[in-house]
Ligand binder design. Structure first.
Ligand code: NAD
Length: 496
């Protein structure tokens, strides 16, 4: 893996012995802070070391972004749209390198990474189209005034993202921020620093964007991240990550009266009624939790089955889970790779052990898959895991595991299904499976969640709003709602 990484970095002019992991004012810049070592999720061996960006790099990036944002807004809206379209085209020919780099560092199957890189391009194309369509409005006030409302950008926004879908999440937040007329300084997870830097470089070059319009600063949360949230010139904070850190980000924003959008975790319910198309529901339940090795904020981690479906459904689901090809992320046939990092691996095992101690039954999984290559013996692999005999008060039924662990609970009727589904601090997503459309919609409309699927799971599109409630956060990403988060209304009164 280390050799493959060195070749990829070389191709982009990044020295693997002292990698420049920041993109500031249109330049690759190395950090000057403490050394951070990335471990290979497949082998647990060192993959790369780099240095924390720290407050000085953050200041340089914000300062360059401030200048670039003025240049950006000096262009016409349609010219900004053209440049963002060109920026999206700037990724052409680099998809394979970006996907392989993402796969190496994040430990994700390369086929998943290809899909996510393609989605980044779609995000830029979609939001580029919005640039010249963000009209204000005229309010019919009962006075002698003309009152009109403009949508104006915040200026420089600060974005902080996690490790589970690094390049996807960067594109997801950068595209609307820029389309709304902002510059952005983004801090990726310290565990997955590189694809975001290449993304910024390719976008800025491809779109001839003002140098510094995108700043990427890589480093730790309590140093680089904290410097970004505390910077006086950051006008809005957008955070994707855990509820605990989200709270800190919102507090840092509150100290400066800067608003935030928080995209946090989940414990989403997947409800299957006995009148569901069972083959589809089994496929859906499996993909809902095991795609991305469960390291997905919308993972369908609680399977709620109508009583009569037990035990046939769980038996068939276990067989399907055992058939998932778990293996090396670089292998095209792999559908599930390792967990991304050692801390996450330990946490997932602790939660499984606690569930078993509290009375849950291990139906399948709970250990590494049997047929891994020797080199992966120390990697963070866990076979798809299903726990039955889970009760709502158990820790595993309430905490986000962020791993390939499904808990199964049962319900008798609609009322109990809704009560169980909503018995969570989170509110990110959920799904209902039934052939009775009226019933499915009746249930869907009672779920306390920002996204609800009927007879499917995890379908998302950049055109549609996404976000949560409760401990899943607030504000929206994607679609027009996601764009609006990056603008402010300015009301102008003209005496006539
Ligand atoms: P995390 O909260 O540990 O870290 C997220 C980011 O915050 C990282 O870049 C980290 O360096 C930074 N950070 C940490 N402390 C900070 C501080 N004091 N100041 C500023 N920045 C700080 O989350 P994670 O472990 O990287 O990611 C997993 C979590 O992300 C899960 O809870 C998952 O559900 C959530 N997530 C949510 C969504 C969504 O859209 N709702 C999407 C993906 C992941």
């Amino acid at each position: 893996a280390r050799d493959a990484l060195v070749l990829l970095l070389d191709a982009y002019g990044i020295d693997p012995s002292d990698p420049a992991t920041n993109w500031i004012a249109g330049n690759l810049v190395a950090g000057k802070g403490e050394t951070i070592t990335l471990l290979d999720p497949v082998t647990d061996l060192p993959l790369l070391t780099y240095r924390d960006a720290g407050a000085a790099c953050v200041s340089e990036a914000v300062s360059a972004a401030t200048t670039a944002q003025s240049e950006w807004m000096a262009l016409s809206a349609s010219e900004r749209g053209r440049r963002l379209q060109a920026a999206a085209r700037g990724l052409a020919g680099h998809e394979d390198e970006l996907s392989r780099l993402e796969s190496l560092i994040a430990g994700k199957p390369v086929s998943d990474c290809r899909g996510e890189v393609a989605k980044v391009r779609e995000m830029f194309e979609y939001y580029a189209g919005w640039c010249d369509k963000q009209h204000g409005e005229v309010i019919d006030v009962p006075t002698t005034h003309l009152n009109y409302v403009q949508r104006i950008p915040y200026g420089v926004v600060g974005q902080i993202t996690p490790w589970n879908a690094p390049i996807f999440t960067c594109g997801w937040q950068l595209a609307p921020a820029l389309a709304a007329g902002n510059a952005a300084v983004l801090k990726p997870s310290e565990l997955t620093p590189l694809t975001s830097v290449l993304l910024a470089m390719l976008l800025e070059h491809g779109g001839q964007l003002p140098a510094g319009l995108i700043g990427i600063v890589n480093g730790l949360g309590h140093t680089t991240g904290q410097a970004l949230t505390a910077h006086d010139d950051i006008a809005k904070l957008v955070f994707v990550g855990s509820p605990e850190t989200g709270q800190r980000i919102a507090e840092a924003g509150a100290r400066r009266l800067v608003p935030s959008v928080l995209e946090l975790g989940g414990k989403s319910a997947n409800i299957v009624f006995d009148d569901a198309a069972l083959d589809d529901a089994i496929g859906g339940a499996q993909a809902a939790i095991f795609a991305g090795a469960g390291q997905s904020c919308v993972a369908g981690s609680r399977l709620l089955l109508q009583e009569s479906l037990l035990p046939e459904f769980t038996t068939r689901l276990a067989r399907a889970a055992e058939a998932i090809p778990v293996g090396l992320p670089s292998d095209d046939a792999t559908r599930m790779g390792p967990l991304q990092n050692a801390a996450q691996y330990r946490r997932v095992h602790e939660l499984i052990d606690e569930a078993l101690a509290q009375g849950a039954t291990l139906l399948t999984g709970g250990k590494p898959p049997g047929d891994l290559p020797a080199e992966a013996a120390e990697g963070y692999f866990l076979a798809p895991t299903i726990l039955t005999d889970v009760t709502p008060e158990m820790t595993i039924a309430n905490e986000e595991v962020f791993g390939p662990v499904l808990v199964v609970m049962s319900f008798r009727d609609e009322q109990e299904a809704v009560a169980l589904a909503n018995a969570t601090r989170f509110g990110l997503a959920g799904a209902v499976w039934s052939r009775d459309t009226a019933r499915a919609l009746r249930i869907a409309h009672q779920l306390r969640a920002g996204t609800v699927w009927v007879n499917s799971y995890k379908t998302i599109n950049v055109m549609s709003p996404f976000g949560g409630l409760g401990e899943s956060g607030y504000g929206r990403s994607s679609g027009l709602d996601g764009l609006r988060e990056y603008t402010l209304p300015r009301s102008v009164w003209v005496e006539t």
